[in-house]
Design a protein around this ligand. Structure first.
Ligand code: ATP
Length: 486
């Protein structure tokens, strides 16, 4: 169920506990650009490492690369981004505010009854599919959709707006710079396509095989809002899977299932997800769907799965004049001869790292009322699966004396080479537990006077808040066992 308040609470929590800050905050921030703080960076890295391992280690036929953000400008001609990477926009003449047409209509639809909203959205989808800009404008005017700032319905025509950021390469700036214009990549995929043959030949890869990559992408999003859901600088985790033409339907289905299983392995139940098939296919695709998660702002895309045909490799072959083909040694059952050269087809899986962080945070965030008859009490806890938690273990000596810190330090030294640990002596134990709940630490271990006598400690579990006494020597194994996922 969509809940804007929950999102606001998550945003405040992320700021208060060092997960996510607005970029350049001391200068009042930069819109739709965010920095990850000490715990956010750990969480993001854990998600990234898990994805990377799932792709490149658990699939023997997938390898990972790390391509540059800057690419030859012709790449973006060949990929279609210069001509097609744009969204239909409309400006309100009174407020001068620019809107993405689909976002404007979708926001209005949310105020309608279910049947009316679905009729409106269907009409919008079909107009978008036909690039019918006049039709879209008259749909907005007919429904009397107003600008939220000016409150008027005084709209310009609908126009396309390219989302790529450009910059100048080398020393020349100003009027002479046109030849030097390059783009900040709007997706990581093209770094994989242009390296297809390098990887295939040097890795002696046989089709079907995949190339994976994690990296920054940049889009000059017009309507940039909803926290890290839509940013102007963000990270993608993409995998291009190269296959024999004609087999794309099977592989598309394979990757839909495989990726949904990955999502479930994050500890998120299936009913929190749904597939959304694209009605309007991108210029490169013959089938496409999104995996949507039920964010506090409603069901929204986290990952796209696209059957991209041979669109990209074929265009790069044409624009570069270099052959981008694969020689298939497998025998053609009809002729008994090798299948020979072809341009592979591609099925890609493309997931936003930041959106996944937001998904994992939304799923983990809980405000719990712990009041009893005697006393009012509550806590905010992040119930991350242990393998994703920024800190796995907190080591807490009950008091700062009597040799307890020394024992605690020893435990720290034995665990910290393996998992991220946190040591703290200050404040009451209750306050320390709550702070660990707020950053999602699954295990807290308290060293007390009894530890000195019988070598046992109290381990406290984040989700249940239950405490039990276990041997000091058993802590490390218990924590490590909970963070292995494969
Ligand atoms: P949307 O429809 O939300 O703009 P998209 O369909 O353009 O997304 P893709 O081009 O398929 O997105 O990119 C793959 C993934 O990259 C998306 O599923 C999303 O998780 C992520 N992504 C795309 N744009 C952004 C953005 N501006 N901020 C954060 N993540 C993004």
């Amino acid at each position: 169920m969509a809940n804007e308040n929950t999102l606001q609470n998550i945003i405040s929590h992320c700021k208060e506990y060092g997960f996510i800050f607005q970029s350049s905050e001391i200068y009042d921030g930069l819109s739709a650009v965010y920095d990850y703080g000490q715990y956010g960076a750990e969480l993001k890295k854990n998600i990234k490492d898990y994805w990377w391992k799932s792709m490149t280690q658990m699939h023997e036929n997938i390898v990972g690369i790390d391509a540059a953000i800057f690419m030859h400008p012709t790449v973006w001609k060949a990929s279609g981004h210069v001509d097609n990477f744009s969204d239909p926009m409309i400006d309100n003449k009174d407020s001068k505010k620019r809107y993405r047409v689909d976002h404007l209509i979708e926001a209005y639809a949310e105020t309608l009854e279910v049947a009316a909203a679905s009729e409106l959205l269907q009409t919008m989808e079909s107009l978008l599919a036909q690039d019918d800009f006049d039709g879209l404008k008259s749909l907005i005017v007919r429904n009397n959709i107003k600008c939220s700032i000016s409150g008027t319905c005084n709209w310009t025509d609908v126009r396309q707006f390219n989302l790529m950021f450009s910059t100048e390469f080398g020393a020349v700036a100003g009027d002479d710079a046109t030849d030097n214009t390059i783009y900040l990549r709007p997706e990581t995929a093209q770094g994989i396509f242009v390296n297809f043959l390098n990887v295939q030949k040097t890795g002696r890869m046989k089709i079907p095989f995949g190339i994976a990559q994690v990296g920054k992408a940049f889009r000059n999003e017009i309507v940039a809002r909803q926290f890290i859901f839509r940013m102007r600088e963000f990270e993608q985790m993409e995998m291009q899977f190269f296959i024999k033409p004609g087999t794309q339907k099977e592989w598309y289905e394979y990757w839909k299932t495989t990726r949904m299983n990955w999502h479930r392995s994050l500890g998120i139940p299936e009913e929190r997800y749904r597939f959304h098939d694209h009605v309007k296919l991108a210029h490169y695709a013959d089938a496409a769907c999104d995996i949507e998660y039920d964010f506090p702002i409603g069901f929204k895309e986290v990952e796209g799965i696209h059957s991209r045909t041979d669109f990209d490799l074929r265009n790069h072959q044409e624009y570069s004049g270099k052959k981008l083909q694969y020689f298939d040694n497998d025998l053609n059952p009809e002729t008994g001869k090798p299948i020979g050269n072809y341009i592979p087809y591609v099925v890609e899986t493309s997931i936003g790292l930041d959106r996944t962080v937001m998904m994992v945070l939304s799923e983990a965030y809980r405000e719990e009322d712990l009041s009893t008859a005697e006393k009012k009490d509550s806590r905010v806890v992040l119930k991350f699966p242990p393998f994703l938690a920024p800190v796995k273990l907190a080591v807490l000596p009950l008091v700062k004396k009597d040799g307890l810190p020394e024992i605690a330090r020893e435990l720290m030294e034995s665990c910290k080479p393996h998992v991220k640990c946190f040591y703290e002596e200050k404040d009451t134990i209750g306050k320390r537990y709550r702070r660990m709940d707020a950053i999602g630490t699954p295990f807290c271990v308290t060293i007390d006077h009894q530890t000195k006598e019988d070598q046992t400690v109290t381990i406290r579990y984040r989700d249940t808040m239950l405490q039990e006494r276990i041997p000091l020597a058993a802590v490390k194994e218990k924590v490590l066992n909970s963070v292995y996922v494969f």
